[in-house]
Design a protein. Structure first.
Length: 317
């Protein structure tokens, strides 16, 4: 009994020391592994491509709708009471100034004309009035046909004045300073055809709801274009000469797009975050207003998304 107790007392410290040694070895091994993983994480490099600032001219365009319209319409009216005997036109036909469009036989001629001629054959009484076009243009409305009775001054047709044809562009009033009289404008029709025009005048009123002002664009074309056709007008909104720019892919932003930055290389393997102020955007280029980069500065173009403020990178082609 006493021998057993003595043996337990002697061997227990040895067992305890052995267990402690095993635990220390395990902990040391684990710490070394974790340290290796941390070193790998720190030394990990993100593959990126780089670019540099480019000084060039940038032109920002905007596209607005412009609707075709005849600004001047002329009305053909009857000059007597009577019956329409002949109509010499149709809707869509072009008529010249002074061309006979209608013939109207007076009510009196219709009732007594033949009797007068029978009584006196030398008296040439017809009672037929010719009604002519007051201006050149296209017939866009016909109100009467042969046989209709019309009164003096009654509207017979509408002529859209060819010389008044124009496109009316709706310009947001905040852009009013970007458009000047006689400025060249390119119009693109729905079929893709492009027509040159110029700013002829400004409407004196602004649309209450949209706050847009009508701008009259005269075109340099003999092409017959229907009324109410919607074309696209391309305008220069702003232009910059010899301004610094970067590819869009190089510009990073926050979720609310209130802050912008780029990743600039400070050495071949390290990129840092540099806040920037951007200007106009044209195609895939963005103007950089500040800071001023030198042509030798390398900016990360791709692979920059999600990088920390200071990141290890590896430049690839």
């Amino acid at each position: 009994m006493n021998k057993s107790i003595i043996k337990y007392t002697v061997t227990s410290p040895l067992l305890l020391l052995a267990c402690i040694a095993v635990l220390l070895t395990s902990c040391g091994s684990g710490s070394k592994g974790d340290s290796g993983d941390d070193d790998k994480a720190v030394n990990a490099q993100v593959a990126v491509t780089v670019t540099s600032v480019n000084d060039s001219s940038m032109v920002e365009y905007t596209t607005l709708n412009a609707q075709s319209s005849f600004q001047q319409k002329n009305y053909i009216k009857s000059n007597t009471n009577g019956y329409i005997q002949k109509v010499n036109t149709q809707i869509g036909h072009f008529v010249n100034k002074g061309e006979t469009v209608f013939t109207v036989k007076t009510k009196e001629a219709q009732s007594i004309g033949n009797s007068v001629n029978i009584l006196d054959t030398t008296f040439k009484f017809s009672g037929v009035n010719r009604i002519t076009a007051p201006e050149h243009g296209y017939i866009t409305q016909l109100n009467h046909q042969v046989g209709d009775y019309v009164q003096d001054g009654e509207q017979l047709a509408v002529i859209s004045d060819r010389g008044s044809f124009a496109f009316i562009m709706q310009l947001p009033y905040e852009m009013e300073n970007t458009v000047k009289l006689n400025q060249d404008v390119q119009l693109t029709l729905p079929d893709g055809e492009k027509i040159d025009g110029r700013i002829a005048s400004f409407m004196p009123t602004v649309d209450t709801a949209a706050q847009t002002q009508g701008v009259v664009i005269k075109i340099n074309s003999d092409k017959q274009i229907p009324e109410n056709l919607v074309a696209k007008a391309r305008l220069i909104r702003s232009s910059k000469q010899n301004t610094a720019s970067l590819p869009k892919s190089a510009i990073l932003t926050n979720e609310t797009q209130t802050e912008f930055w780029v990743m600039k290389l400070i050495n071949p393997t390290t990129a840092i975050k540099v806040p920037v102020k951007k200007g106009i955007e044209v195609g895939d280029r963005v103007e950089i207003l500040s800071p001023k980069f030198s042509p030798q500065d390398k900016i990360v173009a791709t692979g920059n998304y999600g990088l920390a403020d200071t990141a290890k990178v590896k430049i690839v082609q």
